[in-house]
Design a protein around this ligand. Structure first.
Ligand SMILES: [Ca+2]
Length: 280
């Protein structure tokens, strides 16, 4: 049964449905581009695997979703995997079932080094007529996450993105972002640190926010750690509460290397929220 082969209209329809229906992993959704293709296999296909060839000189990390078109005439199996393929190496994706057609989604970490996809046997030998070249892929630009807002946790709580030194208490001041804001209330120097997870490297406008109160410091040091180093500025937190204040634009790597630190070394400080906005 070679339902897919030589039926371009059927192929296009299946590809289109597949692209819409696939749930892209969130870790890839912002930075990776999506390609997909469908090919058919010989009618006597048994335990056919998928071979991904990285023809570039650098590592290629791919998220794969593979669906198998079975002898019953319907899609009967689906697998997903994340793999890193070395330069000029290929990945044989095993564990798939007997099938007559494959539908493959490849999310590559660099669109310029699209891999070649083909069916192969258990030894990794390409099956004739099953190679998909990048030119045959449908390319879909995934949406980018352009904004990350990090709010304070309730007083006394920490997690991987929000932590503190000393003591921070719930503020009753108005204008907070989220559910509340915090003010420094320890007996020594209190520090609040917010570490967003940035899904894509780039230049970000950093905004800071606080609730204003009459006993806040007029020179609260707020530091931003970025790829260029550490920048510190001071802000009068007796005014301008309850709104996003542009701190500046800085470059950040992907991940959690960038963070914002608020200190009460000059007197009472407020920690409310920070916002990172990707500059197009
Ligand atoms: Ca808040």
């Amino acid at each position: 049964m070679r339902i897919l082969k030589n039926h371009p209209i059927v192929l296009l329809t299946l590809v289109a449905v597949f692209v819409v229906a696939t749930t892209v992993p969130s870790a890839y959704a912002y930075k990776y581009n999506m390609t997909s293709g469908v090919f058919s296999l010989p009618s006597d296909a048994t335990q056919i695997n998928v071979k991904i060839l990285n023809r570039s000189a650098q590592n290629l990390t791919v998220f794969l979703e593979v669906r198998v078109f079975g002898a019953s005439g319907s899609w009967n199996h689906s697998d997903t995997a994340v793999r890193t393929i070395g330069p000029e190496q290929f990945l044989s994706y095993f564990g798939t079932r007997e099938g007559y057609g494959y539908e493959i989604l490849v999310l590559a970490d660099d669109l310029s080094i699209l891999p070649t996809v083909a069916g192969c046997d258990s030894l990794g030998n390409t099956i004739a007529g099953t190679t998909i070249l990048p030119a045959d892929f449908i390319i879909h630009e995934s949406p980018k996450v352009v904004e990350v807002i990090l709010d304070n946790l309730p007083a006394g709580q920490k997690d991987g993105a929000r932590t503190f030194i000393g003591m921070w208490c719930k503020s009753t001041a108005a204008g907070y972002y989220g559910t509340d804001s915090l003010y420094s209330c320890g007996s020594s120097i209190d520090t609040y640190i917010l570490t967003p997870t940035l899904s894509v490297a780039g230049t970000y406008n950093v905004y800071v926010r606080w609730t204003a109160f009459s006993n806040r410091s007029t020179a609260v040091p707020i530091s931003v750690n970025h790829t260029g180093g550490l920048t510190t500025k001071t802000f009068n937190q007796q005014t301008n509460g309850g709104k996003w204040v542009l701190y500046g634009a800085y470059n950040f790597d992907e991940g959690t290397g960038g963070f914002v630190t608020i200190s009460d070394i000059n007197g009472q400080a407020c920690a409310d929220a920070v916002r990172f906005e990707l500059v197009p």
